[in-house]
Design a protein. Sequence first.
Length: 103
Amino acid sequence: MNIRKNDSVMVITGRERGKTGKVLRIIPERDVAVIERVNLVKRHTRPRGPQQSGGILEKEAPVRLSNLMIMCDKCNAPVRVGRKILASGEKVRICRRCGEPLE
């Protein structure tokens, strides 16, 4: 899996195409990610006690990982991800466009 939490990603297909945001969480069992302020849905909630009011809440719905591409900070564009093993034995993700590490 190339996408991790806190990565900056762009949606490449679907209703939200072209939007970018930060990954809030990954659900690997379902192959989806929740992106900040992308794919918003409305949920009607009932009040649960005096401190939690009811109403219509907007929340982020998951997006399939196949519909996302990582944004490279150097290129400022959505890029494919490669892997490279450094001399110290550490594995890093690299940008296929410019060759810079994505960390």
